[in-house]
Design a protein around this ligand. Sequence first.
Ligand code: NZQ
Ligand code: ZN
Length: 389
Amino acid sequence: MLGNFSYCNPTKLYFGKGAVKYLKDELPKYGKNVALVYGGGSVKRNGIYDEVVKILAECGKNVAEIAGVMPNPTLEKLYEGMEIARKNNTEFILAVGGGSVCDYAKALAVSVNCEEDPWEKYYLRFEEPSCKTLPVGCVLTMVGTGSEMNAGAVITNRATKLKIGHVFADEKVMPVFSVLDPAYTLTLPHYQMVAGIYDIFNHICEQYFSGEDDNTSDYIAEGLMRSLLHSSRMANKDMNDYEARSNIMWTATWALNTLISRGKTTDWEVHMLGQAVGAHTDATHGMTLSAVSLAYYRHIMPYGLKKFVRFAQNVWGVDPAGKTDEEVANEGLAALEGWMRELGLAMNITELGADEGMIEAIADSTLIMQGGYRVLTRDEVVKILKESL
Ligand code: NZQ
Ligand code: ZN
């Protein structure tokens, strides 16, 4: 393993059908005043809201609702939630929804008791909380982000067209518990399911495509990718395949709960490109990643050729016999493309609402990361975005 690290993940998980009942064990551990955070209404339509509210009542909680958290939650919505939470002396935040709702709950948790502006402090200066962070629990309804077991919180500032994720170092920002019931994800539309699947895959890639060594994290990453390919094909054929959906849910959690980044520098440039596209189009997160991925990976492949060869062989089963390294690596990326098309992912940013005239502005919103095989110049960002049109 490269370098030294510490590892701690305090999130307790309850996995499986009916796991929501464990809220009864967890909720009594926290304060009486609960902020119940949810999205645009899916939880009301599929009955999850009713189940959760019933348990909150049984546990004798005073509930203040923060409803309507949108996909790609905005700074304005965060300010609104801070006001509600302060007015109700919130002691505990329960997020019921997807990554947007869970991320939002964490952003709220570090902002309620903070006197400074959260955007300035956490998203521009990337500081850690210096005030009391409220505990957050999650009931996950959409699979992909890994937000249920990490300290990431992505917020969009619509005024400045910046979508920024802060992965807090402070473990107190991680959910204290998360309820993962695969059955809760069965009402997701196909578009969201496959967007989530690609989000998972790309989280693994972002941590895999870095470094030169033979790292345990890379072997775990390959196993997760292979499991995801298998389950995603089953779920794509039959969205009600519980086994496939449950494996996808579990893979998502392990893809981004800090485990496979240990001992690695990690890349995250696809996410920076995708988030910039998202800031300008408000498109679905996983689709913004799929739309820029192939142009990006084909661009950086020569700089990390050895790893792309390994990816082709170990993840896609490419036979290297009689082929150059470039041919093997290209075959791996072609197999990736084939799988992406099979799932029906967005393959370019035009279909997400971007056009040539927006490229410079999207490039301005793209943060440049240092940990991958190539530190991009601005011209390279523009080139990749144009190739993604
Ligand atoms: O708002 P509702 O009505 O609930 O509808 C949601 C939303 O429209 C719907 N949905 C969720 N569960 C459902 C459902 N519809 C039917 N049945 C269900 N069971 O799905 C839509 C998308 O939900 P959202 O939470 O936005 O999706 P996702 O989980 O992909 O989260 C995306 C956000 O997470 C951030 C993204 O940038 C984006 O803002 N990320 C967070 C990360 C982290 N914490 O580490 C890492 C990721 O890379 C990502 O950046
Ligand atoms: Zn992601």
